[in-house]
Design a protein around this ligand. Structure first.
Ligand SMILES: CC1=C(/C=C/C(C)=C/C=C/C(C)=C/C=O)C(C)(C)CCC1
Ligand SMILES: [Fe+2]
Length: 547
């Protein structure tokens, strides 16, 4: 079988028109913008891990029943330095790189001195974040890159550290109704003060503040949570929110700061500084967004590794939250490119399958409740919170189903009660083979799959004026390993999971990670602007928009 990971992809700078079969709903107008690794070797040097690959942005613009595709490598400082040197010169998650080719002990020691607090990569390959009217490519370091969502051009580099004390930040921020961004990061450099920081980036410059200034300057810290271990904070890829609370899991999958500080001189990777401590608990932190204070109850659960929070909401004095959890960190291990070759289904076997777990945590603990009693009175879940002698509360989840990853929900339900999860279907291999709609109420699911087709994260787009949670479509980019079949953008009816249309594109589509859909707000104005831009830029492309 053709290799789907680890192969360098060509960028498609000019928009190319897809061949559409089926019918794209007339209301579906906008751009699906996604991010993921696209280049895994530079000159003779190669990355070790799939999460190291250079960010390749791509977009599917849907307009009047047609689909136009384009892709462009993020021109990060990392990309430029690598291309100029014709080899990898910037370290990534699973690859440590040495700018100086002479790797003798003296040069290593010298580099070490200048790298004690490492300057991380700006190869932002994981997701796209919307901040006001601006879009950014993101990863998990302190750097993000502004991008032009239409042309995919790379714009300025933003350093989170200028606005908030974080060295790492998640690639999965939340948005409130006004479009303000709520994100979390970890501060690891202030010795003795290792902490998790929840912060808010306003969508616009707040009223009364001097106009013209960027809203970044008004970034505010919401709450800081001290790390249990000062030298070994938890690693986390996402967090949860409800209307009034933030949920943070301090899991025993931790970064070793001392190892990180010496990784460069030891020739070790950042990935090797991460370890799962299977004998430790997972602590559940709840922060009240109104008081900006953590809830005092000590809540914990069993050791687990969570990358993706699905959703959370408040119900009858408790918080219900759903996560995709593993028993170990084998997921990150499997994404070493050496495992993702032709025989990946044989070589890349997870030692624990992802399970969808529902937790329920009480917001108040009744002082008179008996030790051992279940503090959760919500009928909709069997998740329990058991009071212990020392006042701590042990949270036992309800296991809902297994085999879901890259979960998405209707964003209008983020933080609120919800019923449906749209996700990629995986099993013992981390490579998705299907798309799933999971109904939490009936515990049933609908699936889409096709032979030799490898789906990306499915994204839900609501129909304008949607009444029900699943009134809309699912978009997913599908990589094909069937030589007779082109890759395509799949459009499913989110209710029935039947195929509405597919837009096949004659390009080298890469497997991506995450992204977002930018609806055309003012369809007419947008149509004008984009068709003009395309008319200028796409004069000799295979599928220029009709004028
Ligand atoms: C470079 C770098 C990092 C990169 C992490 C990455 C790139 C994680 C990607 C995770 C994904 C894609 C998960 C999907 O579920 C760390 C470890 C934060 C710390 C130090 C420097
Ligand atoms: Fe993710």
């Amino acid at each position: 079988m053709e290799v789907i990971y680890g192969r360098n992809r060509k960028e498609q700078l000019e928009p190319v028109r897809a061949k559409v079969t089926g019918t794209i709903p007339a209301w579906l107008q906008g751009t699906l913008l996604r991010n993921g690794p696209g280049m895994h070797t530079v000159g003779e040097s190669r990355y070790n891990h799939w999460f190291d690959g250079l960010a390749l942005l791509h977009s599917f613009t849907i307009r009047d029943g047609e689909v136009y595709y384009r892709s462009k490598y993020l021109r990060s400082d990392t990309y430029n330095a690598n291309i100029e040197a014709n080899r990898i010169v910037v370290s990534e998650f699973g690859t440590m790189a040495y700018p100086d080719p002479c790797k003798n002990i003296f040069s290593k020691a010298f580099s070490y001195l200048t790298h004690t607090i490492p300057d991380f990569t700006d190869n932002c390959l994981i997701n796209i974040m919307k901040c006001g009217e601006d879009f950014y490519a993101t990863s998990e370091t302190n750097y993000i890159r502004k991008i032009n969502p239409q042309t995919l051009e790379t714009l300025e580099k933003v350093d989170y550290r200028k606005y908030v004390a974080v060295n790492l930040a998640t690639s999965h921020p939340h948005y409130d109704e006004a479009g303000n961004v709520l994100n979390m990061g970890t501060s690891i450099v202030e010795k003795g003060k290792t902490k998790y920081v929840i912060f808010k980036i306003p969508a616009t410059v707040p009223e009364g503040k001097k106009k013209g200034k960027s809203s970044w300057k008004h970034t505010e810290v919401f709450c800081s949570i001290p790390s249990r271990s000062l030298l070994s904070p938890s690693y986390y890829h996402s967090f949860g929110v409800t209307e009034n609370y933030v949920i943070f899991l301090e899991q025993p999958f931790r970064l070793d700061i001392l190892k990180m500080a010496t990784a460069y001189i030891r020739g070790m990777t950042w990935a090797s500084c991460l370890a799962f401590h299977r004998e430790e608990k997972t602590y559940i932190h709840i922060v009240d967004q109104r008081t900006r204070q953590p809830v005092q109850t000590k809540l914990y659960t069993d050791p687990m590794v969570v990358f993706h929070h699905v959703n959370a909401y408040e119900e009858d004095g408790c918080i219900v939250f759903d996560v995709i959890a593993y028993e170990d960190n084998s997921l990150y291990q499997l994404f070493y490119l050496a495992n993702l070759n032709q025989d990946f289904q044989e070589n890349a076997k997870l030692t624990s399958v992802p399970t969808l777990r529902r937790f329920a945590v009480p917001l108040h603990v009744d002082k008179n409740a008996e030790v051992g009693s279940n503090l959760i009175k919500v009928a909709s879940t069997t998740a329990a919170a058991l009071k212990e002698e020392d006042g701590q509360v042990y949270c036992r989840p309800e296991f809902l189903c297994e085999g879901l990853e890259l979960p998405r929900v209707n964003s209008a339900h983020n933080g609120k009660r919800y019923r449906y999860i749209f996700a990629a279907g995986v099993h013992w291999s981390p490579v998705p083979t299907k798309i799933i709609k999971y109904d939490i109420l009936t515990k049933s699911s609908l699936k889409w799959r096709e032979t030799d087709c490898w789906p990306a994260e499915p994204l839900f787009v609501p129909v304008p004026g949607a009444k029900e949670e699943d009134d809309g479509v699912i978009l997913s980019a599908i990589v094909s390993t069937d030589p007779q079949k082109l890759p395509f953008l799949l459009i499913l009816d989110a209710k029935s999971f039947t195929e509405l249309a597919r837009a096949s594109i004659d390009v080298d589509l890469h497997m991506d990670l995450h992204g977002l859909f930018i609806p055309d707000m003012d369809s007419e104005a947008k149509k004008q602007a984009t068709s003009e831009e395309w008319r200028d830029g796409a004069s000799n492309c295979r599928g220029a928009l009709p004028t």
